[in-house]
Design a protein around this ligand. Structure first.
Ligand SMILES: [Zn+2]
Length: 222
């Protein structure tokens, strides 16, 4: 899978290196069909997302360049200086577009997001918020569910808590999208496109003034 990003107005492209990825996540080498299904699904549905390395539950950045650490040339390396970093996990980082809501209350929140520097796009007179997310793979992937978290700063700017049972947020912005024993092995893009998109839709209803109890009615999770 080819990856693209821009840093300081310069374009960078690279191909995801499986050997490098496997150095941070054993399942990559042990389950090549799972790996291929995830890469193909992300390339098709979420082509702007980046696969990055991390440690202790969060993506790493190069201390010198502040650039992401990506699977390149047999190691997880800083995209800019190419220095290798030791990582113990893989993450997808990116954004999911979600239609902004028309309520006045929501428009104020949307202005706050803009002010805080969060991006949005307008297509055919419809404005979509770009919701910033981080997906972390469990070591037992795909036998365990992935951990998907909102940017805590994005939640706070929208007037939402980062941890609340009523909002189906577990801790530090992590979305609760599967009930107990509810997980069925599936590629990562399908979790993002279904459960996670439903979760985002519910949170935006709350930001528009609905009560959490009503906002989550009809979702497919518990
Ligand atoms: Zn660097």
């Amino acid at each position: 899978m080819l990856q693209h990003t821009q840093i300081n107005q310069r374009d960078y492209s690279w191909r995801i290196d499986a050997t490098a990825a496997a150095s941070a996540a054993a399942w990559v080498a042990a389950k090549p069909h799972v790996w291929q299904a995830d890469l193909q699904g992300m390339a098709t549905y979420f082509p702007h997302w980046l696969l990055v390395g991390g440690r202790a539950g969060r993506p790493l950045q190069c201390a010198t360049c502040h650039a992401p650490i990506v699977p390149l040339s047999a190691a997880l390396r800083c995209l800019l200086c190419q220095q290798p970093h030791t990582c113990d996990n893989l993450f997808w980082v990116g954004q999911i577009p979600a239609l902004a809501r028309p309520e006045t209350h929501f428009q104020q929140r949307q202005a706050d997001l803009r002010q805080a520097g969060f991006a949005e796009v307008t297509i055919a007179q419809q404005t979509y918020l770009l919701v910033p997310l981080t997906v972390s793979y469990p070591q037992q992937w795909p036998n365990q569910e992935p951990l998907i978290a909102y940017s805590p700063r994005w939640l706070r700017t929208l007037g939402l808590p980062t941890s609340s049972a009523a909002h189906h947020l577990i801790s530090n912005g992590r979305a609760c999208i599967f009930g107990y024993a509810d997980w069925v092995a599936q590629p990562i893009h399908s979790v993002l496109g279904q459960r996670m998109l439903n979760h985002i839709t519910s949170l935006l209803k709350i930001a528009a003034g609905q009560s959490p109890a009503h906002a989550f009615i009809g979702r497919s999770a518990h």
